[in-house]
Design a protein around this ligand. Sequence first.
Ligand code: ADE
Length: 441
Amino acid sequence: MDYHVKDLSLADEGLLRMEWAEREMPVLRRIRRRFAQEKPLEGVVVGACLHVTTETANLMVTLKDGGALVSLCASNPLSTQDDVAAALVKKHGIPVFAIKGEDKETYYSHIASVLATRPRVTLDDGADLISTLHFLAQGREGELSPSLEEAFSPWGQEERESLVRGVIGSTEETTTGVIRLRSLAAQGKLLFPVVAVNDADTKHLFDNRYGTGQSTIDGILRATNRLIAGSVFVVCGYGWCGRGVAMRARGMGARVVVTEVDPLKALEAVMDGFMVMPLMEAARVGDFFVTVTGDIAVIRREHFAVMKDGAMVANAGHFNVEVDLEALEGMSVSKKRLRTFVDEYTLETGRRIVVLGEGRLVNLVAAEGHPSAVMDMSFADQALAVEYLVKEGPGLKPQVHRLPRELDMEVARIKLESMGIKIDSLTSQQEEYLSSWEMGT
Ligand code: ADE
């Protein structure tokens, strides 16, 4: 079996942590039991590019128990948990290509290794597998990386096309990935159907909000061990992730400032009780800054220039483009690593700016990502989306699709049940009332 992980001797520790996570993943456990009996994915080659965490490992094992032939690479060079990667290889016989701290070329060579298995279904967190497939179809993989070009240089055009044509469909985990894919689809260039798992309610309402909220604070605390209470905590972006981060920072006693470009979201933040102001103003008063916008160069030169001495800057958005580190490097006279994933930049003025997690997802780099209990729903959605694509994919148009509503609701139902929480159901009179238009006052 081909694989590339840091150290197989970490497998015992990884397995223990996988099992610890699984205890908090009752919905995925139930799907795993059904998959093991029904084998809905028998013989289907599945390639995944996800953060290599304990929760992802449980998803991989679920797909394998469903009969799939799975392989996994990382969706971020710094988010891999090396013990988990080792456990998947050694304890579950699943090929993994991921090492925490891998450079860009290794990152893409790992993507190439997964694609070389000729997956029929792919899973993405950030759309790197799908976009690589589209670059390959056009013979443009060298634009992404020399290592991809090298890996596919023996492949002829026909072979590349058959690789891409062989994909029944893909899933996408995150907001940023869905945005990329919608733009590909809008240009009429998407080559196969994609299920936007992110758009399921059981995904973004919980994972993006409560998951990012808790794990971002967790990452900042593990990296810095600083007090949040009484600090001015600036959250850039008030989407589902930003709402979660702002809510949890407030819960820790911070004075929270939200910055936005969208008037509706800004208004929502105001009425949720947060201070809202332009980043240029917030930059002068913030102690902590977290970007969760999905956009590029959100915190940049003019903001760094006015920040307080010791201000801490972190990113919890998918790509490491939200904090303009190049600009910061250019303004700095020195850079020093103070603690793991804590880098201090000293500006010409003598003021210091502290960057956490190298501007990559602080919750996955400095902590362990979202807690298992929310990933339970996201990855139950992923497992059901893969099953759905295997069954229905050939009939779907090459567009971005929602996870069918009944699957979303099923995940919510099982989650509630696993928490021992019962809810009411409509009486027949109520059902009739809701489905009629004649009844008024
Ligand atoms: N994204 C955020 N948290 C995650 C986790 N724990 N596992 C996989 N992907 C994640």
